[in-house]
Design a protein around this ligand. Structure first.
Ligand SMILES: NC(=O)c1ccc[n+]([C@@H]2O[C@H](COP(=O)([O-])OP(=O)(O)OC[C@H]3O[C@@H](n4cnc5c(N)ncnc54)[C@H](O)[C@@H]3O)[C@@H](O)[C@H]2O)c1
Length: 337
């Protein structure tokens, strides 16, 4: 049994707390929001974000960050990506170098273009930071539906240790050394999910969705490989796997925001209606900057960015994508003659 601190009590933090408590670990679940902790203590359920999933008595909910981190061998950082830097900064005062930090947030910081693991390491001044990511909606993990996911770490030993803490009969964890590939796949898929939602909102069909997913993973792959990620990761659970689930699922807030935009709402109206952080909006800006930096063409991501920030009408963006210059599907394949 391990002592585990979960930092962030939204839908994913709560689902992971329940999973880890179910594996027999002692869990402290922290939130910066007092009313959220009151709710968890009183109802033993996150009724607004994860309704129907009861918190076992072994989970201690708290707003005391020092208590949440005390004696924990594992710390799971589960706040939305926009809050990761400030949260990691607050954690520094109580962080012990022997503690393993698992980042589960998906995003790229707009100004620094850094991924979450790098930000956490920077704020903690080092430490052992890994990432857990993959096609894993909290709502389904909360219902104990079979789910697969990947832990990325610098050493096999750390990855296998984290794997053993999380894994159970309905939650299968693979290991990987490609932290960067995992983080880029998890962040950039949210931008493509916005596009998939826009297509749904316009009433387009499965052909369009399949095109966005397939050409989307090409785009993500081009950028990720230029940045040093491994091709295998893009073909795996945290690449194509997470992209498929986010573009297709009713649980995806990025797809939902995109759908509202496709139906004619402005991006601001769509964000208000979703009422949760739509991380793809931030990652879209960062991805465009990364595309420029690494000289990689990102036609779908660039259009999403223009729809969000430059008032490009969605229909015009689709028209532009369909009318691009003729191309071969894979530039590197050789012709017989
Ligand atoms: N929800 C999922 O199914 C899921 C699955 C995998 C990964 N993730 C990732 O996990 C991260 C968290 O997602 P979520 O769905 O739990 O988000 P959420 O919107 O449900 O969680 C928001 C939570 O963040 C915390 N918070 C709010 N303001 C804060 C602040 N100023 N400082 C610190 N913490 C604050 C609060 O606990 C709040 O409940 C995201 O990066 C997301 O991409 C989510």
């Amino acid at each position: 049994m391990a002592q585990i601190g979960i930092i962030g009590a939204g839908s994913w933090g709560t689902a992971l707390a329940v999973l880890l408590a179910g594996n027999g670990h002692a869990v402290r679940l922290w939130s910066a929001i007092e009313s959220e902790i009151m709710l968890l203590k009183e109802k033993r359920e996150h009724s607004s974000k994860l309704p129907g999933v009861k918190l076992p008595e072994s989970i201690q909910a708290t707003t005391d960050l020092q208590l949440a981190m005390a004696d924990a061998e594992l710390l799971v950082l589960a706040v939305p990506s926009v809050f990761v830097r400030e949260t990691a900064r607050s954690m520094k005062a109580y962080y012990q170098p022997r503690q393993i930090v698992v980042n589960v947030a998906k995003g790229i910081e707009e100004d620094s273009l850094m991924t979450m693991v790098d930000i956490i390491e920077e704020e903690l001044g080092g430490g052992t930071v890994c990432v857990l990511s993959g096609p894993s909606h909290a709502e389904e993990v909360g219902k104990k539906l079979p789910t697969t996911i990947v832990v990325g770490a610098k050493t096999r030993q750390i990855a296998e240790h984290v794997q053993s803490l999380f894994m159970n009969g309905v939650f299968r964890v693979y290991t990987s050394p490609d932290i960067l590939g995992i983080e880029l796949g998890g962040s950039l898929k949210n931008v493509i999910a916005l596009a998939a939602g826009m297509a749904d909102g316009l009433g387009f069909g499965d052909n369009t969705k399949a095109a966005l997913i397939t050409r989307g993973i090409h785009e993500i792959g081009r950028l990720a490989l230029a940045m040093g990620a491994k091709a295998e990761t893009l073909n795996g659970l945290t690449g194509i796997g997470d992209l498929i689930v986010t573009c297709a699922s009713v649980h995806s807030r990025n797809r939902k925001a995109g759908m509202l935009i496709g139906q004619g709402k402005t991006p601001d109206q769509a964000m208000d209606e979703v009422q949760m952080v739509v991380e793809g909006v931030y990652s879209a800006k960062a991805a465009v900057k990364l595309g420029e930096k690494y000289q990689v063409s990102l036609p779908i991501i660039e259009r999403v960015n223009k729809i969000l920030f430059e008032e490009l009408p969605v229909k015009e963006a689709i028209f532009e994508l369909m009318q691009r210059e003729k191309k071969t599907e894979y530039e590197n394949l050789e012709w017989e003659t």
